[in-house]
Design a protein around this ligand. Structure first.
Ligand code: SAM
Ligand code: SF4
Length: 338
């Protein structure tokens, strides 16, 4: 029998915490806000470059940033975007982040672009967990949602990720009323018969998608109720896991997670910080904007950086204001990494 040791589950240094005691162990690092897809809930008109757009953080700036967060006890980093794999130096970034002392897990989220060819290389760069967005298993519908007729290619990517030996492979599906809500059973079957996990994500309201949101939002609780009726059971929270509700089934190989930011107490288990691709620290996905820490990434003055992060984290709000119809300043999740 294997038993977990305290060193398997505890961070190596005391975790960074905020004024109400939430501990931060997980950094979502956006490498770019550029994306090649046009998901209806995110960038329906495709990526548009803003005038005077700041450059993306360089590998050196990213290395300094992650080293600072690691010194504060964050040990898990997710590479995200936009589409993170569009960065030409994506593999260099992944290797740099994976080599930072204190970083014990590097994950990525991708729309599956180039996954079929690059899965093994990305695994060899030190990425051990991968989330792949698959909002529909129907090719025509997938094309309608993303603007790209590439379901078959993305599913080949999922197989390549399995062959490459990632420790964790999750499929992310955004739940949309009247778009893919009739696919729940097919998606659940897809992961129960394969060693894969599935995450249903409630569509989130952002500044650019308010009409879409009111038409398409479905509460994640309805999915939880259906799964529980089919014998799925809630699982205990894993170390470093976020606010997702996880369910397992005795006959299923994979697990199912539900991310329901509109549910009660979602913010109580928030354990993550976000850094945008131009160096803004976001304390909340639905906050009023990011705070620029890029000036502190120009030298190796680690103390100045960690002091600033600590002070900013101390100001994190207790909860988002989504219930008041306030989704903050985020135009779309591609701008901040989801
Ligand atoms: N481009 C990559 C992808 O789509 O996987 C990574 C970035 S994307 C912003 C990260 C995740 O956020 C994806 O799973 C995507 O489906 C999800 N997402 C984007 N906009 C969303 C929204 N308005 N509501 C809920 N999830 C959203
Ligand atoms: Fe691009 Fe991901 Fe947004 Fe889709 S969800 S448009 S793939 S950033």
């Amino acid at each position: 029998m294997t038993t977990s040791r305290a060193s398997d589950v505890l961070p190596l240094v005391p975790a960074l915490s905020d004024a109400i005691g939430r501990r931060f162990e997980y950094l979502r690092l956006s490498l770019t806000d550029v994306c090649n897809f046009r998901c209806t809930y995110c960038l329906p008109d495709g990526y548009k470059k803003a005038c005077n757009k700041p450059t993306e953080l360089s590998v050196d700036e990213l290395r300094r940033a992650v080293s600072g967060f690691a010194e504060l006890g964050l040990w898990k980093v997710r590479l995200t975007g936009g589409e993170p794999t569009l960065r030409r130096d994506f593999e260099e970034v992944a290797r740099a982040v994976a080599g930072i002392p204190g970083i014990r897990r590097v994950a990525m989220t991708t729309n599956g672009y180039r996954l079929a060819e690059r899965a093994r290389v990305w695994r060899d760069c030190g990425i051990s967990a991968i989330n792949i967005s698959v909002d529909s298993l129907d090719p025509a519908r997938f094309a309608q949602i993303t603007g790209h007729d590439r379901l078959e290619e993305v599913l080949r990517g999922v197989e390549a990720a399995r062959d490459a030996g990632f420790d964790s492979i999750k499929l992310n599906a955004v739940l949309m009323r009247g778009v893919n809500d009739d696919e729940l059973a097919a998606m659940v079957d897809f992961v129960t018969t394969r060693d894969l996990s599935l995450r249903f994500i409630e569509v989130m309201r952002t500044n650019d998608n308010t009409a879409f949101f009111s038409q398409r939002h479905i509460a994640g609780q309805t999915v939880i109720d259906r799964l529980e009726a089919d014998g799925w059971q809630r699982l205990p929270r894993q170390p470093g896991a976020g606010p997702a509700v996880e369910l397992g089934h005795p006959e299923a190989k994979g697990r199912i997670g539900i991310i329901a930011p509109y549910s009660k107490d979602f913010c109580a288990s928030c354990n993550r910080l976000r850094l945008s691709s131009d160096g803004k620290l976001h304390l909340c996905l639905f906050g009023d904007g990011g705070m620029d820490i890029r000036p502190l990434l120009q030298s190796d003055d680690r103390e100045a950086l960690t002091d600033r992060i600590r002070k900013l984290v101390g100001t994190k709000a207790r909860a988002h204001r989504l219930h008041e119809g306030n989704s903050g300043a985020t135009p779309h999740l591609a701008s901040i990494g989801g």
